[in-house]
Design a protein around this ligand. Sequence first.
Ligand code: SF4
Length: 686
Amino acid sequence: LDTASNIVSKAFTHLETSRGFVPRPSQLQLSLLIDDLIENGQGGVFEAPTGVGKSLAVLIAALAQAGHSGKRTVIATYTNVLAEQYWNKEVPTARELFEGIFQSPPSVRLLMGRQRYCCVAQVGEIDPKLRTDLLTQGRIGNENEFKKISGSRRIPWGRAAVPVVCSARLCPDYSNCFYYSARRRAAKAQVVITNHSVVVQDALMKQADLSEGLLGDYDYLILDEAHDFHLAAANGLEFELNASKLQTFTQIGLQLGGMLRGTAEAVGLGELWKHAVLTFEERAQTFQREFQSLGLRLSRPGIVASSPESLAENPVIQLNRADITSEDVENFGVLVEDCCNGLRAATDLVLQKGADLPGASIEPVRESIRNYRNYLDEFAGSIRSLLVPSGVSVTHAGKLSSGAKIRLDTISLAEPLNRILWSQVPTAFVSATIAVDRTFDFFRSSVGCKTEFEEILEAPFDYREQATLYLPRAGAIPDPSAARQSGNEYGYYLAIARELDRIIGVCGGRTLALFHSRKEMEAVAALVTRRPEHPIFMQGAQGVSDVGEQFKNNVKACLFGLRSFWTGFDAPGETLSCIAIVRIPFEVPVEPSQIARSVYLTSQGVNPFAAYTLPLAKMLVRQGAGRLIRSVHDRGVIAILDSRIHSKRYGPEFLENLPEGLRSYDDIEEAAGAVGLLEPTPTLFG
Ligand code: SF4
C-alpha cells in the first residue's frame, strides 16, 4: 500500500510532466511537511515565500491525506480572491495530478460566507428573468457571477445578497439555493476551500451549540494567508450595536412573527402569538428610541466597560472613558434582552404544541424557525457580552452619522481562539510573510497558538540579482514624528514629494508608494509633480480594485495606496518596478481597543512598543516590500523613505527583515541602474 507521502511524491511526478512546469524544491518540501502533520494530527507554521507555489502544495497534501486516510481538511484563506483562485485554478490542476492515483478522486468543495452568495428568491422578486438566467448560467452564484449575468441591469449587490437570516427549507427556492447547496456539499466534501471568517463563524456556532456549524466535523485546518488570521478572528469575535443592526433585528423578529402565525393559529395559540409579536414590536420601538437618545447624550466617545477588572481601574482607561455610563448601556441592553426573551419563549411554546399537530409536518417549520431563533439567541448573547465584557476585552461607544455605536472588541485573542479552535483541531499556518526577525514568536503570541513544527522555506527568487534597496541619505528627509511635534509637517510632506518625484522620474513611473495615513497621502499627492506620461492613481478617489487594475493596465503609471496595498496586492511584471515605503507603519494607539491593548500589555509587565507595535510594523514592511518581486522575471527597487531607518536603534532591524542579499544604495539612479531599470538615454546619432 502506498503511504500518503508516496502519493504526494507521485502527484509531483505528474506535475513535472505538465506544461510550463518550473521545478521548485520548496513546493515539494512544503507539501510533504503538511502531509506529515495531517497524518500525525500536529500543528505547524510555515513561511512559504511568494513563488513557492504554496496553494498547490497545500492542496496536494490535503487531497493525498483525504484519499489515503479519509481525513477531512479545511483550507481557508483570508481573502476571497485567493479562495476563488484555489477553486478556479489550483483545484482543477490538483485533480488532474491525482488521475490514475485514486480510483475516485477525493471531493473538494468551495464554501464562502453567506453574504457572498446571491439569493435566488430575492432576485426572483426583483427580476424573474434574471432569476432564470442565474439558475441556468450560474455555477457558484457569487457576486462576480451575479455581476456578469445581471450585466446592465444594475441591481445593487445589497439587494441580491443572501439575507442575514432566511426561511431556508420553507423557501420555494431552497432546492435551487446557491448558498444552501454549497453548504450541503461542503459538509460532505473531503476537502473544503473557504475563508477565515467562515472558519471562525463555524467554530463559534459549534461552541455555542447553536447548530452543527457550517463545515461539519473536520480533522485538520490549514490557514493560508495566516498573517491576517487575527483580523478575521477579531472581526468574528467583535460585536457592534448600531441603528442599522437594531433595525435588522426588529425586521427579523417581525419576519419570525409572520412565519409562525399559521402554526400558532393551528395549535390554538393564535392570540398568544399575536400578543407576543405586538409586544416585541412595541419594545423594539422603545429601544430604538432609547438608542437614539443614547446617541444624542454621547458627546465624548470612549470606553464604557472593560475586562479584566484591573483594566477598568487603570488611570489611562479612566481618562479615555465615554461620557455615557455602563448603566446607560445596561438599561438599554436589558430592554433588548427582554424583547428577545419574550419572543423566544412564545416561539418555543408554539413549536412544542405544534409537535402534537395531527399529520402536520412541523419539521421544516421547526428547522426554518431555528435559524430565526438562533439569530435572536446570538443577538441576546452579544448584548450580554457588551454589558459584561469577559476575557481581555473592551466595550466602547462612538458616533456614526446614523447615531451611536456601541462595540465590543476582544483585545487578547489567545484565550478565545484556544477554546474554539486550537484545542479542537490541529492547524497548519501558512503565509508568504509571517516571520519577524526570522522567528514566529510574534505571530504565535498574536493568535495564541502552539505548534509542534515550524519552517521558513527558501525563496525561489534571487534578490541579489532581481532587487536593490534605496535609502535616501540620512538628513535628506525630516524625521516624521519630529516634524509633527515641531509643527513642520509641510516641510516633511514636501521632502517626501520631492523624493517621490525623483523616484518616479528615474523609474519611469512604475512605482507603488505605500502610505500609512490618508492625510499624509493626500498632502504628498498635492505636492508631487504631475506628469501626463506617468499618471498617479490614488486609493480613495476610486475603489481599491479599480485603482489596482488601472495601475496594472498602465505600465508607466504610479499608484499611491494605503493599507489595502501593503498586503495581498499582486502586480507582476514591469508595471511595478519600485515599491516606495513612505513611512514605517507604526500603529499609534488612538482607538479605544488600541489604548486598551497598550494598557493591558503594560499591566502584564510587557513593553507594548517592543512586544506589539514594533514587530507589527516590521511584518507590514516585509509585506509591503514583498509586493515587488512576484516572478523570476521581475526586477526592481525597494525604497524606504523613513529617515528613522538611519536615526533610531530599531532602524537596522527593519533592514534585517528584508530579503537577504539586497544591494543597498543612497542614490536612486544607481539603485535603479543596478537592476536595469534605467531607460537608455537617446543620443543624436543613435
Ligand atoms: S433559501 Fe434563503 S438564501 Fe436561499 S434562495 Fe431561499 S431565501 Fe434566498
